[in-house]
Write a protein that binds this ligand. Structure first.
Ligand SMILES: Nc1ncnc2c1ncn2[C@@H]1O[C@H](COP(=O)(O)OP(=O)(O)OP(=O)(O)O)[C@@H](O)[C@H]1O
Length: 331
């Protein structure tokens, strides 16, 4: 039995997701205490419960303590198996964060994991589905990870109703050393149930700010009529991405320029991967038993994911600051 203190470091939802997924891979029982202790509303929220339920479904796990507000669960996995199923997170719970909870485990399954998931595709404090596809899965494919993802409908806060199809195939991971990839910037500016000019203005402002910083980019403009109302801009280039979501009262120009500013800053830093991809790569590097990258900052999420991964796998990470960048490698 492995015991994890969920209040370690960042003390949020991610420590839970990584712990559950890696427990499924090594087939060991875990107890997680003090769940989301460092958040203003501690304990499990419905979207965390959904991700644990899905991890339990693919690994045949028994779970105790799974109820709203719970601060302690016991997760006892058996064996990871392929499945084909539909999941409804409800409202705008993040689809990429649900997937974060099963992605490390899913590649160790005995068959394909095929999912249709309803929920949020472009919500705050989370990777967007475009980010997951073009940045995270692009980076993981270098390690041998095999997954495809298709957005059928976008879902925004608070109504959600997005629909995504995902297939993750079994794969052994190999180490990969990430370096800055000089690639064009691509992106999508999207809006749903808003005036036609919103997505276009978002795209134009992102393009003009990037141009001021010396970058050219291609941004696809999507004007949709889905169940929920919302907008956003997703940009990507190699292992660097940025996400910006619209809000009532926030000008379309601001949504575009915010995504572009983040993108320009990450690209100009010279780092191999952006601050979010950095923490997301850690469990996979642990499974691969090797690899390295540079990023801009030693974030709370990065430190926490390193710690939790080291609790499950026989790996140690080394973190070093050089020339203003943070270098991370498996020792
Ligand atoms: N703008 C973004 N672009 C890409 N990834 C992001 C972005 N914002 C957050 N993330 C990623 O989403 C994850 C969020 O983890 P966190 O622990 O905050 O989870 P949470 O479940 O949303 O939070 P909590 O449950 O604690 O309220 C991290 O992997 C982080 O890198």
């Amino acid at each position: 039995m492995i015991e994890i203190d969920g209040s370690f470091g960042e003390g949020g939802g991610q420590i839970l997701r990584t712990a559950v997924s890696l427990a499924a891979v090594i087939g060991k029982d875990i107890t997680i205490k003090n769940i989301r202790k460092n958040r203003p509303n501690p304990g499990l929220k419905p979207q965390h419960m959904k991700s644990i339920e899905l991890a339990a479904l693919i690994s045949g796990a028994g779970v105790r303590g799974l109820h709203p507000g719970s601060t302690e669960i016991c997760f006892s996995p058996v064996e990871i198996k392929g499945i084909d199923t539909t999941i409804d997170i409800g409202t705008a719970g993040s689809i990429p964060l649900l997937l974060q909870c099963i992605m490390p485990a899913a590649c160790a399954s005995d068959g394909n994991i095929s999912l249709r998931i309803r929920g949020g595709t472009d919500v705050d404090w989370s990777p967007s589905v475009d980010y997951l596809k073009h940045v995270t899965l692009n980076a993981l494919s270098e390690m041998g990870y095999r997954a495809s993802i298709r957005t059928i409908a976008r879902g925004y806060y608070p109504k959600g109703g997005g629909l995504v199809e995902v297939v993750i195939e079994p794969a052994g991971l190999k180490e990969y050393h990430y370096f800055r990839e000089e690639e064009n910037i691509s992106g999508i500016s999207h809006a749903s149930n808003l005036p036609e000019h919103v997505a276009r203005r978002q795209a134009e402002s992102a393009k003009s700010l990037l141009r001021e910083h010396g970058f050219e980019c291609d941004i696809l403009v999507e004007d949709n009529n889905y169940l929920s109302t919302g907008s956003g801009v997703n940009l990507w280039s190699g292992f660097i991405g940025s996400v910006s979501t619209g809000k009532r009262g926030l000008p379309a120009e601001k949504v575009g320029s915010r995504a572009a500013k983040q993108m320009a800053a990450s690209l100009q830093s010279g780092a191999a991967v952006d601050i979010h991809l950095a923490d997301q790569l850690i469990p996979f590097m642990g499974l691969a038993g090797g690899g390295s990258f540079t990023t801009t900052e030693l974030s709370g999420h990065l430190k926490t994911n390193i710690w939790v991964t080291e609790q499950f796998l026989d790996v140690k990470f080394e973190v070093k600051e050089t020339d203003g960048l943070i270098g991370v490698r498996v020792r």
